[in-house]
Design a protein around this ligand. Structure first.
Ligand SMILES: Cc1cc2nc3c(=O)[nH]c(=O)nc-3n(C[C@H](O)[C@H](O)[C@H](O)COP(=O)(O)O)c2cc1C
Ligand SMILES: [Mn+2]
Length: 444
């Protein structure tokens, strides 16, 4: 936030806002551009901040790198992980509240949308340990306030946290969790990386930071939370206690009904004396979509490059909600390599269902350039891949019984296309004429 303030990218809202729908409306109207710090939140002592990580440049700023190196930086962080260190004290425990708790009285949790039953915590990073192996998992899921210290988590079946909860259930136990709110971008991004169960996302966050994440032990659960967090909720998840969620907003921008969520009960809330509550606007919103997009794109780029050297980049698009569509750039791919890249990407990431391959003279972040590629280089009868009947992600807006049709399009030139004066040579005046005129263009 200090960095954002210094660059004029933190807008302070001093007028009073109601956490019921008003914060949601303002974050939506200012979905892109400066982060929004709400100083004066009705009924709450804590300020709220949102839209912090709503561009790739913000991730780069937070990680102290240039935006062009973001994917490579993420890939290196996943490869060269740095384990966390434990510190004895942290400002996140300056204030401690023990159960019985009234979460809504302590935290200014926004109520986001009309048909959601209650406010949702949306930027909570959940720490949990595998009841069998003791290995840690760090991820994000939304928590709805259910009154008092009770919350409900809506967790997808393929989410590692769900697997940990199932393991606890099988052992007849509850699962201790900690929810850290107000996190460094490295923690948020690290939590989204596609890694295996048992791989500790704190180690990846350390790789992103270039130094160990500093952790502090919780007060009432056997877990460690980021010492730099603003707020921590220590809680226990009860996999036997289910709550029908009803409609909840999802990244396609619709309401969905996932059915039952898991109940949990807060044991303690700790926070900095001057804590700021971080919120991520849910639904089809830039920050929400981008957090997954950056992580998925970076992991896939590394994975595909290691298997197909012609691959340059995998970019997960905002129009595809940061989850469902990707553009792969390749350098002079050999015949059929584009289709291989498509199959790999779709195979690795459940969510991806439309993948376009373009040449690396195209900026994958420019939708017009990608469409130009399709118009210029894509032949439907042989460059189109249609795979019906594939297992879908539960978040896909058009799945039918969790089944989806995946589509790939290869819009690259052919090895034979490169002949001089042919269909892949761009029209041009003589280069020396262009250079001379360009240097003097102001005088014309
Ligand atoms: C802002 C935000 C909110 C999210 N909310 C949920 C959620 O409510 N439920 C869920 O299952 N996944 C949610 N996710 C996705 C998971 O955090 C993500 O898939 C993560 O990588 C899972 O971690 P894991 O690989 O350790 O299972 C959310 C992601 C973001 C960025
Ligand atoms: Mn995990």
């Amino acid at each position: 936030m200090d960095l954002l303030r210094a660059t004029g990218e933190l807008h302070e809202v001093t007028r009073e806002v109601d956490p019921r729908f008003e914060i949601s409306a303002i974050l939506k109207l200012r979905d892109q551009g400066p982060a929004q710090l709400f100083r004066n939140v009705r009924g709450g002592a804590m300020p709220v901040v949102g839209n912090i990580l709503n561009s790739r440049a913000r991730y780069a700023l937070g990680l102290g790198i240039s935006v062009g190196t973001l994917d490579a930086h993420c890939a290196r962080a996943v490869e060269q992980t740095i384990p966390p260190v434990i510190v004895d004290e942290s400002p996140v425990q300056e204030a401690v509240h023990h159960a019985p708790l009234d979460l809504a009285a302590i935290l200014p949790v926004p109520h986001w949308f009309v048909h959601e039953a209650a406010p949702y915590i949306t930027a909570g990073v959940i720490i949990a340990k595998d009841p069998e192996t003791g290995l840690r998992n760090v991820s994000i899921a939304r928590f709805r306030l259910e009154g008092g210290g009770r919350m409900m988590a809506g967790i997808a079946k393929n989410h590692h946290l769900y697997i940990l909860a199932e393991k606890a259930k099988a052992a007849g136990k509850k699962l201790e969790i900690a929810i850290a709110i107000g996190n460094h971008p490295a923690i948020l991004l690290g939590s989204q990386m596609y890694v295996k169960l048992g791989e500790d996302e704190y180690d990846i966050a350390g790789g992103l930071l270039g130094e160990p994440v500093r952790l502090v032990r919780c007060k009432t659960v056997d877990l460690e939370v980021p010492a730099g967090a603003e707020i921590v909720i220590e809680a226990v998840l009860d996999p036997e206690d289910l709550i029908d969620e009803g409609p909840v907003s999802e990244f396609p921008g619709f309401y969905v009904r996932y059915g039952n969520g898991v109940a949990c009960e807060a044991r303690a809330v700790t926070h900095r004396a001057d804590a700021i509550y971080q919120a991520v606007l849910p639904g089809y919103a830039t920050e929400h979509c981008l957090m997954g997009a950056v992580a998925i794109g970076a992991t896939l780029t590394a994975q595909l490059c290691s298997v197909i050297p012609a691959v340059r980049r995998v970019f997960v698009t905002p129009g595809g909600m940061g989850r469902l569509h990707a553009v792969i750039t390749m350098h002079q791919p050999r015949l059929g390599e584009g289709k291989r890249a498509i199959m790999l990407a779709m195979g690795m990431v459940n969510l991806l269902k439309l993948v376009t391959v373009v040449e690396d003279d195209i900026d994958p972040e420019d939708p017009v350039a990608v469409e130009w590629s399709l118009a210029a280089r894509f032949r439907g009868h042989e460059d189109l891949v249609v795979i019906p009947g594939v297992k879908a992600d539960r978040c896909d807006p058009v799945h039918e019984g969790l089944i989806i049709t995946k589509i790939g399009m290869v819009a690259t030139t052919r090895p034979g296309d490169g002949a001089p004066g042919g269909r892949s040579e761009f029209v041009a005046v003589p280069p020396e004429v262009m250079a001379r005129i360009a240097a003097e263009i102001g005088s014309y």
